[in-house]
Write a protein that binds this ligand. Structure first.
Ligand SMILES: *[C@@H]1O[C@H](CO)[C@@H](O)[C@H](O)[C@H]1NC(C)=O
Ligand SMILES: *[C@@H]1O[C@H](CO)[C@@H](O)[C@H](O)[C@H]1NC(C)=O
Ligand SMILES: *[C@@H]1O[C@H](CO)[C@@H](O)[C@H](O)[C@H]1NC(C)=O
Ligand SMILES: *[C@@H]1O[C@H](CO)[C@@H](O)[C@H](O)[C@H]1NC(C)=O
Ligand SMILES: *[C@@H]1O[C@H](CO)[C@@H](O)[C@H](O)[C@H]1NC(C)=O
Length: 259
């Protein structure tokens, strides 16, 4: 008899649970089942000038593209090829911060090459750059020696031109056949500025380069926090174990009571 009542009670509980979850689903369902709006006709033409005018600001880069007429080359590639195009666009700030090799003395032909250097003659989604990292150096639209190296650092695309090490900081537009990715710096090619690259300003002394006298203090400074945290986590683990064993005891007690 007791067992019957118990199972009846259990059944009721299960039914109640099922009903409530069904209701919850009903409450949530209307948005998912609402008719999806008819897909807008996909524009088969991406206006690069328009994109670069609206986003950014990319005015400096756009001005270079227009003065060298490279914008027409890019637009033609976007319009008329299956390959598509990938363009790396530096913001106006990036042009302002160029100091050492200046763009001011470049010839019109070099400026044109510089512009072409910022594009790949193929559409790449950000995910494709994982594979491109293995293919470095990758030829740019400028051809010849104008190549870029890519590395994927946990999902962020890093670009290396020798003179410039930067990363893709956002995706302005990425729909086959046109990808526009914002980069933090202007990409300066070795093919124009040579390979006599001044050493990068060292940001912070890397641990493996630091003089040995500094190493022990750094190691001991860095060493103490990790020592304390494992202790904390192990005590937490012990507490968790305690909670679990109490739960198991309680449950087994109930089972014993009802058998
Ligand atoms: C592209 O966009 C620019 C700027 O908005 C505009 O001046 C130009 O007429 C557009 N070109 C075409 C072919 O629609
Ligand atoms: C690209 O396509 C648009 C729309 O068809 C056209 O107006 C524009 O002239 C084309 N531009 C180039 C460079 O092919
Ligand atoms: C650019 O040319 C000017 C004069 O023609 C010169 O004084 C200047 O140093 C040059 N700048 C660079 C970065 O080569
Ligand atoms: C990327 O490379 C992997 C193997 O390394 C391959 O299976 C995959 O098809 C490649 N993807 C593209 C888009 O090329
Ligand atoms: C690009 O990668 C190639 C091959 O790994 C290497 O030889 C070259 O020096 C790299 N170029 C730059 C600019 O880092």
């Amino acid at each position: 008899m007791e067992k019957m009542e118990l199972s009846m009670g259990f059944m009721i509980c299960v039914l109640l649970l099922l009903c409530s979850s069904a209701n919850a689903q009903k409450g949530a369902s209307p948005p998912t089942f609402s008719p999806t709006p008819a897909p807008a006709p996909a524009p088969d033409f991406v206006n690069l000038t328009d994109l670069l005018t609206v986003a950014g600001p990319f005015h400096t880069f756009l001005n270079y593209l227009q003065s060298t007429k490279v914008i027409e080359t890019f637009q033609n590639q976007a319009n008329n090829t299956d390959e598509g195009i990938t363009i790396f666009v530096p913001k106006d700030d990036a042009f302002k911060s160029i100091k050492n090799p200046s763009l001011s003395n470049l010839t019109q032909v070099q400026l044109k090459q510089l512009c072409l250097f910022h594009a790949l003659p193929h559409y790449y989604s950000l995910a494709d750059f994982k594979n491109l990292s293995q293919l470095s150096p990758v030829n740019t639209y400028a051809g010849g020696d104008y190549s870029l190296n890519f590395t994927d650092v946990s999902g962020t695309v890093h670009v290396d031109s020798g003179w410039t090490r930067t990363k893709v900081s956002s995706s302005v537009h990425s729909t086959d056949p046109v990808a526009l990715y914002q980069v933090d710096k202007v990409l300066l090619p070795e093919a124009i500025f040579g390979t006599d690259i001044p050493p990068m300003p060292a940001p912070a002394p890397a641990p493996d380069v630091a003089p040995s006298a500094d190493a022990p203090t750094e190691a001991s400074d860095g060493g103490s926090p990790p020592n304390s945290s494992p202790a904390k986590s192990s005590s937490q683990r012990i507490m968790n174990l305690g909670v679990w064993s109490q739960l198991i005891l309680a449950v087994s007690g109930w089972v014993v009571l009802f058998l």
